[in-house]
Design a protein around this ligand. Structure first.
Ligand code: TYD
Length: 213
């Protein structure tokens, strides 16, 4: 008898420059090899509307409340159009950033009221089974100074990447707070190592939890 796989929701977090992208791709490959359907997506984004909102958020000046409302508006559309249907099909959803990024960037980085963010989270992520959250969050932890060094060699910076070091220190603290509040969901991955060493840690952490076989 064949059983339908349960949907699995994995998010990937970290300050800009922490190097999560290659590991997301590699995990997508790994899950596919194991016979799972994978939905690979990102935030802000993942739908035509949410990608339009992403372009605005990354490029237009706006006040912190507007920024928070736009990332949550993008998230609502993304959940409705992509994430919930994929989980209902039994897919593995690999999402490059989710709500922890809002608490880290808008809450920590911009200093926006996290109580308001929590309210928006409750509204936007309400589902039939309660608050929709990732099952597992891989947090790529990197010293903001090292990340800044890596980013200085990268492409043209967007509104976040061009922020000073102090901003990323606050973002890091924002992530740490979320990690402390949800230690069962968060998996911190020490990212200041070779790509291969980080990749080994990613796989090991997911195997221990029975997420990867
Ligand atoms: P990122 O995920 O780093 O994509 P890329 O690799 O293409 O640069 O960029 C998204 C940016 O958006 C990142 O700087 C963090 C920011 N962001 C927020 O400020 N709030 C959010 O809720 C999310 C999801 C992202």
């Amino acid at each position: 008898m064949s059983t339908t796989a349960r949907g699995l929701f994995v998010s990937f977090e970290g300050i800009d420059g922490a190097g999560k992208s290659t590991h997301i791709e590699a995990l997508a490959h790994q899950f596919t090899q194991q016979g799972r359907q994978v939905t690979l997506t990102r935030e802000p984004g993942g739908t035509p509307l949410a990608e339009t909102l992403r372009t605005l958020v990354l490029n237009q000046a706006m006040d912190p409340l507007t920024e928070a409302l736009l990332v949550f508006a993008a998230r609502r559309d993304h959940l409705n159009q992509v994430i919930e249907p994929a989980l209902a099909r039994g897919d593995v959803v690999l999402c490059d950033r989710f709500t922890d990024a809002t608490f880290a960037y808008q809450g920590g980085g911009r200093g926006f009221d996290s109580a308001i963010l929590s309210q928006l989270e409750q509204w936007v992520q309400a589902s039939a089974s309660g608050l929709r959250e990732p099952d597992v969050t891989l947090w790529f932890v990197l010293d903001p100074r090292v990340a800044a060094e890596r980013l200085s060699q990268a492409r043209v910076p967007d509104r976040f990447e061009s922020q000073p070091l102090a901003f990323f220190e606050q973002v890091h603290r924002g992530y740490q707070l979320r990690c402390d509040q949800a230690p069962d969901r968060f998996i911190p991955i020490e990212a200041d190592r070779t790509r291969e060493a980080v990749w080994q840690s990613v796989q090991a952490a997911l195997r221990v939890r029975g997420v990867l076989t």
